[in-house]
Design a protein around this ligand. Structure first.
Ligand SMILES: [Zn+2]
Length: 479
């Protein structure tokens, strides 16, 4: 087995992978908050995690990965209340869309995908442990973690704690990164909000406690790897460490891996700049899932990725190059025999591929090994020195690379069709669907049933199903 070295944010350096249970790697991944569709920046992080798990498996490790789904927070509670439905119902379609999205990008579904609202009891039990140790205080029905009682606070993000007033706190989910404050473990309900009646009082969990409770429930007190976007290191991951280690007295995570941001055409992605893309926005613009996957994985995860139209078009060509090469290997007749020089090229490429990934998942090095090999083998084929028995060996090499890359099988058309983006269908974005649903509601109110039916049909033609509920609201989903 080759030594795998990964950059541990906690230690600030490359470290050899050293799992708690030999041969098995337990990974926790912060998943989506399901109040809207995930954006392309989120998928950069999810593709990186997919490369990690696929590479570990290709090296003989068993992988157990747990991903949470945050299906309770301020935005969800407010949006669900505004829609007049419960939060489970409100989040369901976003969870379904997220699972379809990761599938479209050939991101393997983690072994466990777990919802926060299914684990309220685990969170309550963890908060009780912290209460028993005197690490919390209650104010206006909310329970806070007192960070001055946890000496290790700040060790992940290296945040400077000088000048922080003990007892200063915030009680919102969206933190200002400059503020280091006591954080809420449990939030008292505000009027009209959905809440849980529990042993520690009525309310709902804070965001951080969710990840501590669920990761330790499924993976044990000490995890091998915890991943997330770099923006989660503080305060989210810092708070996870504080809660978990204060409760168990053991190290919470051996290795913290953080993926850098993605920018779009050289600019920060933001709704106000109009460059905020969900995966389906890109599909609607005609981009293929495999090209998006290629672009997202082509830049090593700790480097900022500039996501551009030109990059997508190059990515599409790169994927085609790989697929065409395998097609050539399968179709062409070569002279009998095998060429030891060609074999050597393959062995070198396989070694360089693995060594590249073993060095902090350097996908740029791994891809260079693959494309150099494709170029050299094409040259030997053109020169007539590529021989019959080299072909199955070369196919096996390409398939081995593809266990990690997942680009060779052409599922693009099928995937797009499944999501309602078949070329013969009009393509609709989520905002357009919402607007049509609203227009249909208005038409029904005005007893214009013809128009209402027309809109239902238009949506059905685009692969969108409508469901009229008993309470008069309308839900939609992708067929
Ligand atoms: Zn998390």
């Amino acid at each position: 087995m080759i030594e795998i070295r990964l950059y541990n944010t906690l230690a600030n350096r490359l470290e050899p992978l050293d799992p708690v249970h030999p041969g098995e790697v337990r990974i926790y991944t912060c998943g989506p908050t399901v109040y809207a569709s995930a954006h392309i920046g989120n998928f950069r992080t999810f593709v990186f995690q997919d490369i990690l798990r696929r590479f570990l498996r290709s090296q003989g490790y068993r992988v157990i990965q747990v991903m949470n789904v945050t299906d309770v927070d301020d935005r969800i509670i407010h949006s669900a209340a505004a829609a007049g439905i419960g939060i489970r119902e409100y989040t369901e379609k976003y969870i379904q869309a997220f699972l379809e999205d990761i599938d479209a990008l050939r991101i393997e579904t983690p072994e466990e995908v777990v919802r926060a609202t299914d684990h309220i009891e685990d969170m309550v039990a963890l908060i009780e442990r912290l209460q028993q140790k005197g690490l919390t205080y209650t104010s206006d029905g909310s329970i806070y973690f007192r960070i001055s009682k946890f000496p290790g606070y700040g060790k992940l993000s290296k945040i400077d704690l000088t000048g922080i007033q003990p007892g200063a706190r915030v009680d919102v989910d969206q933190y200002d990164k400059e503020n280091v404050r006591d954080f809420a473990l449990w939030k008292a309900p505000k009027p009209g909000e959905q809440f849980w009646e529990t042993r520690i009082g009525p309310g709902r969990p804070g965001w951080h406690i969710e990840c501590s409770a669920m990761s330790m429930k499924y993976l044990g007190d000490t995890l091998d790897i915890h991943t997330g976007g770099v923006d989660l290191a503080f305060p989210h991951h810092e708070n996870e460490i504080a809660q978990s280690e204060a409760a168990t007295g053991k190290p919470f995570v051996r290795m913290w891996l953080h993926a850098e941001h993605l920018i779009i055409e050289g600019q920060k992605m933001s709704k106000s700049l109009g460059n905020f893309y969900t995966l389906r926005d890109l599909f609607a613009k005609g981009h293929k899932p495999s090209a998006i996957r290629f672009l997202l994985l082509s830049v090593p995860y700790r480097r900022q990725l500039n996501f551009t139209e030109e990059g997508l078009s190059q990515a599409r060509h790169s994927v085609e190059r790989l697929r065409n090469f395998v097609a050539r290997l399968k179709a062409e007749q070569f002279p009998p025999g095998s060429n030891p020089e060609v074999r050597k090229l393959m062995e070198t490429a396989e070694k360089d591929f693995d060594l590249g990934l073993a060095n902090d998942l350097n996908t740029a090095v791994a891809l260079a090994a693959v494309f150099d090999l494709v170029r050299d083998m094409n040259t030997t084929m053109d020169g007539g020195t590529f021989l019959q028995q080299d072909a199955p060996r070369a196919i096996a090499a390409m398939e081995k690379f593809d266990e990690v890359l997942a680009l060779l099988t052409d599922q693009d058309t099928e995937t797009l069709a499944k999501l309602g983006f078949a070329p013969d269908r009009p393509r609709l974005l989520a905002q357009e669907i919402e607007a049509l649903v609203e227009e249909r509601n208005a038409a029904k109110k005005n007893r214009d049933f013809r128009r209402a039916d027309e809109i239902r049909q238009k949506l059905a033609d685009s692969g969108i199903l409508l469901e009229d509920t008993k309470d008069g609201t309308v839900r939609w989903k992708y067929k």
